[in-house]
Design a protein around this ligand. Structure first.
Ligand code: F58
Length: 798
C-alpha cells in the first residue's frame, strides 16, 4: 500500500496504513504498543467526520450549548469505548487477530487516563458519553493534568504512592489546539479608571486547549472534551540564558506548567491550597473566555447569553467561573453590575456532591485577595446585596475571614442539584436549609447514573450477549428495556445461562489474579467486593471487622456449614489521610493472617488489590457476587459503583444511604440486603453518650474482634500499631461502626444463607439486572436537559 492509498473502508488496511505512515513502523517489527496506536488512529479516523458534522449542526441550529465544568474527568481507557460506540468491535477484533495479535491484550495496553479521584470524576466521564449519545450539544471543560491520580502499591501492607505517567505515551485521542489559547492574569491590584474598576494582574499564564472527541452510542453524535494545559506567556528568557542563568531562563515555563502538573488527591490539607485555587481559576477562566468567544462570534446582545449557554459546575471547584463571568460582563463589556449578575445566574448551575463539612470548599480571604483581588470585591458586592435583600439569612458566602464556595455557588446559580433523592432532601434540611427557605425552587434532584455502554456492554460482553439473545439489543440505548428480562427469570434454563455468565466472569478474574498477583482464589466462593476511595464514612473498617469476627467464629466452629467467601478490597487513600492509610494497612495485615490459616482458608480469603482504577473496576464488577455499599447513612451523597454492581448482577449489602435507597426501591427489598441505622437514627445515636462503648459491650463478637486488633493478633510484636483505629472505634466513633456492627453481621449471615441456595441467589442477581435500567446516565442527562439546562437534542440534524 502506498501513502496515497489512505484506506477509507477496509479496517485492516487502515491499521496497516497508520502503522506505516503515522507511526513509521514495519509490521514485521511492530510491538503491541505500535499496533495499539495504529488501531487507535484507524478508530479515530471514523470519529472525526461525525464530530465535525455535530459541530456544524450546532452552529447551524444556533442551538443552546451545555458546558460541563469539572476539575476531574476520570475517563479511563478510551480505545474500547470508542470501538464499542462505533459498533466496530467485530471488525476490529477480526482485523487485530488477522495480524496474529491478542485483541483483549491490545485494548488493555492503553494506559488509564486517571484524571480524577473517584465518583465525581467518573460521573463527569459518564455524563460526557451520555450527552453525546443523546445528541445534546455540549463541551466538557477541565484540566489536562500531566500526572493523574497517583499509582498505589503496598509495602508491608502500607500504601506507597508513585507518580502516574499517562502522558509518557502518545495520547492518540487528543488534538492539540495551539491556536486556542487564552492569557489569564493572577494577583496584582484593582485600579479605578473613569469610575470603573480595572483589574491589573501581576502575573500571567496561558491556557492552551487540547480537544478529545467524545462519541455517543452508534456514533450518531460527538461532543468535545476540552482540557487546558498551562504554558508561560514567554516560555524562554533569552537574556537570562545568554547570561548563563539557564535554569532561570525557563523558570516562567516551569511555573506555568506546574498549574496543570498534578491532580490533587485531596483538598483537606493547607499546603497546596494556593496552587489548587490557581488551578480552579485557571481552567474556569479559560473556559469562560472560550464560551464567550463562541457566543460572541454569532451574537451581539449579551443578554441572550442564558438562552444559548448553560454552565454546569461539577461541585464548587469551578465556582469562580461565576464571578469571572460577572467581571467580564461588567468590567470589560460594560453591563450594569446587577444585569451582569442576573445574566450569570441565568447561565450557571451547581451540582453538590457532598454534605461532609470538611469537604465543602472555603478559602482564607488573604489568599483569595492575593490571587484574585477583583473577584473578591465582586463576591463581596453580590453577597452584601443578598444579605440586604434577605436580612434573616445566616449562611453567607463571606464572613469569618472566609470565602465559602458552596454558598457562593448557590447564590450565583439558577438551579442547584443533589445527586440522589436522599442527598437532595438532606441538602434542603442541612447545609443549604437557609438558602432553601429563601429560594424554595432552586434545589432540584438528579439522581446519578452510569453509562451502560462502558458499564455493561463494554465490561461484561458475556452478560451483554445473553441479554441481547433474550431481548434484542435495544437496551444499550434505552436501558429500561432490561425490564423485558423479568419474565425469563422464572425460566430455569435461562437462569442457568445467567449463572454460567457469572461463573465464567469469575473464572476470568481468578485467572488474572493468579497471573498478576500469584493468589489462587476459590471460584466457588461468594465474591464479596468493596471498591471505592478509602474513607471513614465508607467504612471499609466495618467490613474488615466483620471479616475478623467471621474468621474467629469459623475457627471456633470449623465443622459448621460456612458459605465460602472471598472478600476483595480495592481503593486509594488520600496521601495525607492517615486514618484511611491505617485502614489499608489493617486490611492487608488481617488478610495476611487469615489467608495463612489452614483451618479456615478454604472458606475465607481476603484480597486487597493494589492500584484500583477504572480498568480494575471493569474487571471486578462483572465478576462480583455481592456489592458492599456500607457507608454511614447520610454521608454518601449517591454512589455510582452501587449502580454498576446491580446492573452487572451483584446484589447489594447496604445502608439506606445515597442512591442505595433508590436501588432498593427499584430492585425490590427482597433482593437487597439492608442493614444499619437510618440517617435520622444515626444523627440521634451520635448524641447518646458512650454509644460506641455500649455497642461493643453489648456484642461479644464485636468485643472479640476489636480485642484481636488491640492485642496485636494482626500486628505481632507491635500491638499499638492500630491504636488510633481502636481508640476511634471505642470512643468517638462518629461514623457509627460499632453501632451498626451487629446488624451488619446479621445481614451478612442472611447473605450466606441466600447464597447457599444458588438458584434463588441467581434469581435475585438477575432481578437486579432487570430492574437497574433506571440508573443509566442517559436518564440522568435527560433530567438535566429538561429541569436544569433547558437544552434540546440535535440528533438527526447532523
Ligand atoms: C462523590 N464525590 C460522592 N468527590 O462521594 C459520591 O457519593 C457520588 O456518587 C459522586 O461524587 C458523584 O456524584 C467525590 O467523588 C471527590 O472525589 C472529591 C474531589 C476533590 C478532592 C476531594 C474528593
Amino acid at each position: 500500500m502506498a501513502r496515497d492509498d489512505m484506506p477509507q473502508s477496509d479496517f485492516r488496511d487502515a491499521i496497516l496504513w497508520h502503522l506505516a505512515y503515522t507511526l513509521g513502523k514495519d509490521p514485521d517489527h511492530a510491538q503491541v504498543f505500535d499496533w495499539r496506536l495504529a488501531l487507535s488512529h484507524a478508530v479515530r479516523d471514523r470519529i472525526v467526520d461525525r464530530w465535525m458534522a455535530a459541530t456544524r449542526a450546532t452552529y447551524r441550529a444556533d442551538a443552546k450549548r451545555v458546558y460541563y465544568l469539572s476539575m476531574e474527568f476520570l475517563i479511563g481507557r478510551l480505545l474500547q469505548d470508542n470501538i464499542v460506540n462505533l459498533q466496530l468491535a467485530d471488525e476490529a477484533q477480526a482485523a487485530v487477530e488477522s495480524f496474529g495479535l491478542d485483541y483483549a491484550g491490545l485494548l488493555l495496553d492503553e494506559p488509564d487516563a486517571a484524571l480524577g479521584n473517584g465518583g465525581l470524576g467518573r460521573l463527569a466521564a459518564c455524563f460526557m458519553e451520555s450527552l453525546a449519545t443523546l445528541g445534546c450539544p455540549a463541551y466538557g471543560y477541565g484540566i489536562r493534568y500531566e500526572h493523574g491520580l497517583f499509582r498505589q502499591s503496598f509495602a508491608e501492607g502500607r500504601q506507597v504512592e508513585a507518580p502516574e505517567d499517562w502522558l509518557e505515551q502518545p495520547f492518540v485521542w487528543q488534538f492539540e489546539r495551539p491556536e486556542a489559547r487564552f492569557t489569564l492574569g493572577f494577583g496584582g491590584r484593582v485600579a479605578t479608571r473613569d469610575g470603573r474598576a480595572v483589574w491589573e494582574p501581576e502575573s500571567f499564564v496561558q491556557a492552551e486547549a487540547f480537544d478529545t472527541p467524545v462519541i455517543g452510542w452508534r456514533g450518531a453524535w460527538a461532543n468535545t472534551l476540552r482540557l487546558w494545559a498551562g504554558r508561560a506567556v514567554d516560555p524562554f528568557d533569552l537574556d537570562r540564558f545568554n547570561a548563563g542563568d539557564f535554569a532561570a531562563a525557563v523558570e516562567a515555563e516551569a511555573l506555568a506548567r506546574t498549574i496543570s502538573r498534578v491532580l490533587y488527591p485531596e483538598d483537606s490539607t493547607e499546603k497546596g491550597k494556593r496552587l489548587r485555587l490557581t488551578q480552579e481559576y485557571f481552567f474556569s477562566a479559560a473556559s469562560i473566555r472560550d464560551i464567550l468567544r463562541r457566543f460572541e462570534a454569532d451574537h451581539a446582545d449579551l443578554r441572550l447569553l442564558p438562552q444559548k449557554v448553560a454552565i454546569q459546575l461539577n461541585d464548587t471547584h469551578p465556582a469562580i467561573a461565576g464571578p469571572e463571568l460577572v467581571r467580564i460582563l461588567h468590567d470589560e463589556r460594560g453591563l450594569p453590575f446587577d444585569e451582569a449578575v442576573g445574566i450569570t445566574r441565568g447561565c450557571v448551575n451547581y451540582t453538590n456532591h457532598t454534605l461532609l463539612p470538611e469537604a465543602l470548599e472555603s478559602w482564607g480571604e488573604g489568599l483569595f485577595a492575593d490571587l484574585l483581588p477583583r473577584h473578591l470585591q465582586i463576591i463581596d458586592r453580590i453577597d452584601e446585596a443578598d444579605a440586604k435583600a434577605h436580612p434573616d439569612r445566616r449562611n453567607t458566602a463571606r464572613g469569618d475571614g472566609k470565602v465559602r464556595m458552596g454558598e457562593l455557588s448557590f447564590i450565583l446559580s439558577n438551579r442547584v442539584n443533589g445527586v440522589s433523592a436522599l442527598h437532595t432532601g438532606l441538602m434542603k434540611t442541612t447545609v443549604f436549609a437557609d438558602q432553601h427557605r429563601i429560594w424554595p425552587d432552586r434545589i432540584v434532584n438528579q439522581t446519578n447514573g452510569v453509562t451502560p455502554r462502558r458499564w455493561l456492554l463494554g465490561c461484561n460482553p458475556r452478560l451483554s450477549r445473553l441479554i441481547a439473545q433474550t431481548i434484542g439489543d435495544g437496551w444499550v440505548g434505552d436501558l429500561e428495556q432490561l425490564h423485558a428480562l423479568e419474565p425469563h427469570v422464572a425460566d430455569a434454563g435461562w437462569l442457568d445461562a445467567f449463572a454460567a455468565v457469572k461463573a465464567a466472569n469469575k473464572a476470568d478474574l481468578c485467572d488474572w489474579i493468579a497471573r498478576e498477583h500469584g493468589v489462587a482464589l476459590n471460584p466457588q466462593a461468594l465474591f464479596d467486593v468493596q471498591i471505592k476511595r478509602i474513607h471513614e464514612y465508607k467504612r471499609q473498617h466495618l467490613n474488615i471487622l466483620e471479616a475478623i469476627a467471621l474468621w474467629q467464629e469459623m475457627r471456633e466452629n470449623p465443622s459448621a456449614d460456612w458459605t465460602a467467601r472471598v472478600k476483595i478490597f480495592g481503593g486509594k487513600a488520600a496521601p495525607g489521610y492517615f486514618f484511611a492509610k491505617d485502614i489499608i494497612r489493617l486490611i492487608n495485615d488481617v488478610a495476611a493472617v487469615i489467608n495463612a490459616d489452614a483451618a479456615t482458608n478454604e472458606k475465607l480469603q481476603i484480597l486487597y488489590l493494589p492500584n484500583y482504577n477504572v480498568t480494575l473496576a471493569e474487571r471486578l464488577i462483572p465478576a462480583a457476587d455481592l456489592s458492599e455499599q456500607i457507608s454511614t447513612a447520610g454521608k454518601e451523597a449517591s454512589g455510582t459503583g452501587n449502580m454498576k454492581f446491580a446492573l452487572n448482577g451483584a446484589p447489594t449489602i447496604g445502608t439506606l444511604d445515597g442512591a442505595n435507597v433508590e436501588i432498593r426501591e427499584l430492585v425490590g427489598a427482597e433482593n437487597f440486603f439492608l442493614f444499619g441505622l437510618t440517617a435520622e437514627e444515626a444523627e440521634a445515636r451520635r448524641a447518646v453518650p458512650d454509644h460506641a462503648a455500649r455497642a461493643i459491650a453489648a456484642d461479644p463478637r464485636l468485643t472479640r474482634a476489636v480485642e484481636a486488633i488491640r492485642s496485636g493478633t494482626f500486628s505481632p510484636g507491635e500491638p499499638d500499631r492500630y491504636a488510633n483505629i481502636v481508640e476511634n472505634l471505642t470512643r468517638a466513633d462518629y461514623f457509627l461502626v460499632a453501632s451498626d456492627f451487629a446488624d451488619y453481621w446479621r445481614a451478612q449471615r442472611e447473605v450466606d444463607f441466600a447464597y447457599a441456595n444458588r438458584t434463588e441467589w441467581t434469581r435475585m442477581a438477575a432481578l437486579n439486572v432487570a430492574r437497574s435500567g433506571w440508573f443509566s446516565s442517559d436518564r440522568t442527562i435527560r433530567g438535566y436537559m429538561q429541569d436544569i439546562w433547558n437544552a434540546k437534542s440535535l440528533l438527526g440534524q447532523e
